[in-house]
Ligand binder design. Structure first.
Ligand SMILES: *Cc1c(COP(=O)(O)O)cnc(C)c1O
Length: 394
């Protein structure tokens, strides 16, 4: 019940034990094509360029940024938590001229602050996290795409923590690039990064893609300012997933099965229904920890559905209590980074764990542990408040 990685859906684990096939086996290419179509629905996009990057979420981020950023490009990164700093760092490694704006941890940016910075910096790319698990905040994106389009800026977002548990509309919100991972709301293991690119973004990455000698006829000229990574050259990766199926890396077969099953679970239940399940589980956990007398960190109105940060009560030893949750109840909750380290625990309700029994059991265990370490807790209040939310009375 931490902020990710989480317990995977049982069917996702089963899917990973399916037999391995060669990467040009029709079964494999069919599975790839099917997965692209499933993820278009997950992202809310018609983008042809919808693929998986083999690697954890960070591989998706890195592929998007190194392929989209030319050395010297100005990139704007609004930072509201740890992962904004990561985007800035990766953009810097891609030799961008990086400009950041910051807001306090626990807050999000109003669209006007982002537009102001765009006008001042005149970037070619805006790189913005949607849900930052370090602070639990969910940055509203719905007005940002129009602002970027107005100023001719490419719009990238890292939706790793939020996709599948909170609203996301790649096309309606005007995203040019978005990436995610499986180990949060999508309910899978880490190791595959769904990615989608608009036609505008595809134009940029294609213009920077290199021709790999010995793989294809040298009919299309190789770019002179090519992407400085072979593994993350999105032009090459698109040619691998696309109709030409030009050899690049060896697709990670078991992770493809896992990613496909994550999307099938989500779409089988219904995208809106899954987000609603996350909303209810998150609201129940929030009501539960408050009923146990705990304070919640940050601007709750902008909290992601799938994670809550609770202030560790006065006198309770954070790490020892967390360890007792794990050893005595088999329940993992999360610690925190940076300015929040030692001050808050982060409790997740995502993917397979966005369930009533998981929420109620966690609150019962938390009550026992808080009492053991001397915090005054009203008996049964957490479970009762959460159960009320699940019953529609919260
Ligand atoms: C969890 C998380 C990641 C994780 O990246 P990995 O490479 O999969 O460890 C990236 N970005 C955000 C916003 C996250 O919440």
């Amino acid at each position: 019940m931490g902020p990710g990685p989480i317990s995977a859906y049982p069917s996702v684990l089963r899917s990973m034990s399916a037999p391995l096939v060669g990467q040009y086996d029709p079964f494999m290419t069919h599975a790839m094509t099917e997965t692209q179509d499933l993820y278009r629905q997950v992202w809310g996009t018609a983008n042809e360029a919808t693929v998986l990057i083999d690697g954890t979420s960070r591989a998706g981020i890195e592929a998007a940024l190194v392929s989209l950023i030319r050395p010297g490009d100005r990139v704007l990164v609004p930072v509201f938590g740890r992962f904004g700093h990561l985007l800035a760092e990766i953009a810097e490694r891609a030799l961008a001229e990086v400009h950041t704006i910051e807001t306090a941890w626990g807050q999000v940016f109003p669209a006007s602050a982002i537009e102001e910075a765009i006008v001042r910096v005149q970037p070619t790319l805006l790189a913005l996290v949607q849900g930052d698990t370090s602070t639990t905040m969910n940055q509203p994106l719905d007005e940002i795409g129009a602002i970027c389009a107005k100023h001719g800026v490419l719009f990238y977002t890292d939706a790793t923590a939020s996709l599948g548990g909170n609203a996301f509309e790649a096309d309606a919100w005007g995203l040019d690039a978005a990436t995610a991972g499986l180990q949060k709301c999508l309910g899978g293991p880490s190791g595959s990064a769904p990615l989608t690119l608009s036609d505008r973004a595809v134009e940029v990455v294609r213009s920077r893609s290199k021709v790999e000698a010995g793989i294809r006829e040298e009919d299309d000229a190789s770019a002179s300012d090519f992407v400085r990574s072979n593994y993350f050259d999105l032009g090459m990766i698109l040619d691998y997933w696309g109709p030409r199926r030009l050899n690049h890396h060896t697709e990670a077969t078991s992770m493809l099965y896992a990613a496909r099953e994550c999307a099938r679970v989500l779409l089988g239940e219904g995208r809106d229904a899954v987000i609603e399940r996350h909303r209810v589980a998150g609201a129940a956990m929030l009501a539960g920890v408050r009923a146990l007398g705990m304070d919640v960190f940050g601007d709750v109105a902008h909290k992601m559905n799938n994670v809550v940060a609770v202030m560790i009560p006065e006198g309770v030893p954070g790490d020892i209590a967390r360890q007792a949750m794990l050893e005595d109840f088999g329940i993992e909750i999360g610690t925190s980074f940076g300015p929040l380290h030692g001050r808050v625990w982060r409790i997740g309700t995502m993917g397979y764990n966005a369930r009533k029994d998981a929420v109620l059991t966690t609150l019962a265990a938390l009550e026992a542990i808080l009492r053991r370490f001397g915090a005054p807790v009203p008996a049964g209040a957490g479970v009762e408040a959460a159960a009320d939310v699940f019953a529609g009375r919260g």
